[in-house]
Design a protein around this ligand. Sequence first.
Ligand code: ADP
Ligand code: MG
Length: 345
Amino acid sequence: MIEIKNLVKKYGENKAVDHISFTVKQGEILGLLGPNGAGKSTTMNILTGYLSATSGEVLIDGLDILDNPVETKKKIGYLPEMPPLYTDMTVREYLNFVFDLKKAGGTDRKKHLAEIMNAVKITDVADRLIANLSKGYKQRVGLAQAMVGNPEVLILDEPTVGLDPMQIIEIRDVIRKLGKHHTVILSSHILQEVQAVCERVVIINKGKIAAIDSPDNLAKTLSNENKFSLRVAGDERSVLDIIGAVHGVKYVKSLGRKEKSSIDFLVEAEPDVDVRPLIFNGLAKANLPILSMQAVDLSLEDIFLEVTAKDRNIASFADIDESSIEIVAAKKETNKEDDSDESNL
Ligand code: ADP
Ligand code: MG
């Protein structure tokens, strides 16, 4: 459906987009995820033909957008970062105006606009001035504008920016529904957003692709980190000492008291070492019962930091403040206590 090949966009010496290639399948909801300045808007502006690339090509249904601007633009609806709304028009006037602008003839205008307003739920404000609408409603009008002419592809640049949590949920819901009949590319710097809406994610950072996969697969790829949390009833210092002494433990960190009589800990072990039985035995001997133990799944946030960490020279995991980690001296003497304490279990 959409093929992006080796796209480069330079602003002077600065490469905003640096050899980006990916494809988008028909009917897919694809997310472009990256921090501010990653090159998301630039990529989208090129996809929609608003900006020309320094090099590389974009094909829509096999047609190059530069060679076939009219045909390809008809296939694409675009919600830019700043939707060009005419705030002194009513919603209905504005959508009629866009209809004329896009020369969307051939369709029954009234019916078409009514369907769009219904889809994004703005029928009840059709005759209100855009200036008087809330940010959430304005964003829906922006979406409606992109849908005029019934394009197959919708390109939505940060569609939930500036909305309150309720409005975010509503817009996501609208996007998911649109995804049933459209190919959607949306950008976001919010991980939960792409996780909630997209089937596939392209992570970009500094103009380069850091990873492409489904949100689930991205989580799986990096989930064998041998990292888990546990809840222990007992003294914090003793638990840290005992776990820290276990061979194969990279670090142990207290996460603080989550329940009245217990403390949570985060442990990371060396790859391919199962330290759990040793931790269990060690704590049991000291009469420090483990109340729960579970693997820590990486959130997309962890993954994002992981795949971009090389460039930014920072700690791999979002939730760990390096300075607070109890660094464990490698391979302390294993405790050779006698077994008499086991009666305490
Ligand atoms: P994003 O949408 O991911 O936040 P952008 O595509 O807007 O990122 O910007 C990517 C990079 O290109 C940034 O470093 C930005 O400063 C630069 N950039 C964007 N637009 C221009 C422009 N018109 N002139 C010069 N540099 C630009
Ligand atoms: Mg942007």
